[in-house]
Design a protein around this ligand. Structure first.
Ligand SMILES: [Zn+2]
Length: 377
């Protein structure tokens, strides 16, 4: 196996029992030498970061960020990926490099909101145990699997979740036409928690109406929250995609006003391009806090508290049988390269193969950054 663009062979990962002490010269190991034939380039050491090395000397160790339990991967992984290896702070930095500043602010808001110690710990250590995988193709692809915090404010975790939902949604083959509906609540300066409670209460009432229920065989909804900074008001919307029969916009508008008491803005349209509509809707899934929200401490805290425990995606009717969070079955098609920290350290030491791997993985960070700015998908 070769890294495209380099002359170095990439050998399959084989675990070593111990990490080198911090500052020690990496031992020579032809088995793990990615720069064979290039004596001027230091040989990388791929090791399972074992804990026999004292913590103070062990560069693989986190300190206050240590999770309190063995982390679970967020994606399907080959059985040879060992997620009980100790975490590494540099893995966390790599995963979150595209949104470090906003992450710090979210972290602070989570603490102020009274989030549990375990959820904050998971947020802090998101991506700390990470493996690099590759394909056995002529032009190999690389990806990272890691422990994720699954926090709804964690951009990489939400992006991965969004991609999974998108893929599963696109695999649905509806038997009836699909339509798209948007329900909006009038903007007010009330706390977000209050507005979202009201939005979902109204949605529940609407779903209970016989004419509405019988028009929908099944479907799913996405929550969207925006902020008007000048007025200081929250705008809450439900985007609903459903399989079923026609619903009159006029009738829906009247019913929505009757239920909400003050909101009448609704939209209904027929979907001609299903894949396009699904991609459009999925962008609302786990959409990060707008910059206008994240820049103000009080607003961000209101946002974090308002979104806590909130269902951002729901299915109803016959679509309840679909598991939109199903993991892709990719166990057989990916090979383990090494723990991410081994690649990072080898690249930092000048190994060209590992640098090339990081280059190829660059899309990973770029995709997350694009997600923050709303240019993805
Ligand atoms: Zn996360």
């Amino acid at each position: 196996m070769h890294i495209p663009g380099t002359s170095s062979p990439l050998l399959p990962y084989a675990p070593r029992p111990h990490c080198p002490p911090a500052g020690a010269d990496p031992p020579k190991s032809p088995e793990h030498d990615l720069s064979q034939g290039s004596p001027s380039i230091p040989a990388p050491v791929f090791c399972v970061p074992n804990c026999d090395t004292p913590e103070s000397d062990n560069p693989c160790r986190l300190t206050s960020l240590d999770p309190d339990e063995t982390p679970a991967p967020t994606d399907a992984v080959p059985s040879s990926c060992d997620f009980s290896i100790p975490p590494a702070a540099e893995n966390v930095a790599f995963r979150h490099s595209g949104w470090a500043r906003m992450r710090d602010r979210i972290h602070l808001a989570l603490q102020r909101s009274g989030a549990s110690d375990s959820s904050i710990s998971r947020f802090e250590t998101c991506g700390s145990v990470a493996w690099v995988l590759t394909t056995d193709d002529e032009q190999p692809r690389y990806r990272i699997v890691c422990n994720g915090c699954r926090n709804r404010h964690c951009l990489p975790c939400q992006k991965e979740r969004r991609d999974r939902v998108l893929s599963n949604l696109k695999s649905i083959e509806p038997h009836h036409p699909l339509r798209l509906m948007t329900l909006t609540l009038r903007a007010t300066t009330a706390p977000l928690t209050e507005r979202l409670d009201y939005l979902f209460s109204c949605w529940h009432t609407l779903r209970g109406l016989k004419w509405f229920r019988t028009s929908m065989i099944g479907g799913c909804y996405f929550l969207e929250v925006t902020r008007n900074v000048k007025i200081g008001s929250w705008h809450t919307h439900l985007h609903v995609i459903w399989e079923g029969s026609f619903i009159s916009q006029q009738k829906l508008r009247e019913q929505w006003l009757a239920i909400t008491g003050d909101s009448f803005i609704v939209d209904v349209r027929f979907i001609r391009d299903t894949a396009g509509a699904i991609s459009y809707l999925a962008k609302y899934l786990g959409k990060p806090a707008p910059a206008s929200v994240a820049d103000d401490d009080a607003t961000l805290l209101d946002y974090v508290m308002g979104m806590r425990g909130r269902r951002l995606l729901g299915v109803f009717g016959d679509w309840r049988t679909y598991n939109l969070l199903k993991l892709p079955d990719s166990r057989g098609s990916w090979l383990v390269v090494a723990p991410l920290q081994s690649i990072l350290r080898a690249a930092a030491a000048g190994d060209v193969s590992c640098s090339r791997i990081l280059e190829l993985l660059n899309g990973y960070a770029k995709a997350h950054t694009a997600y923050i700015h709303g240019s993805d998908p």
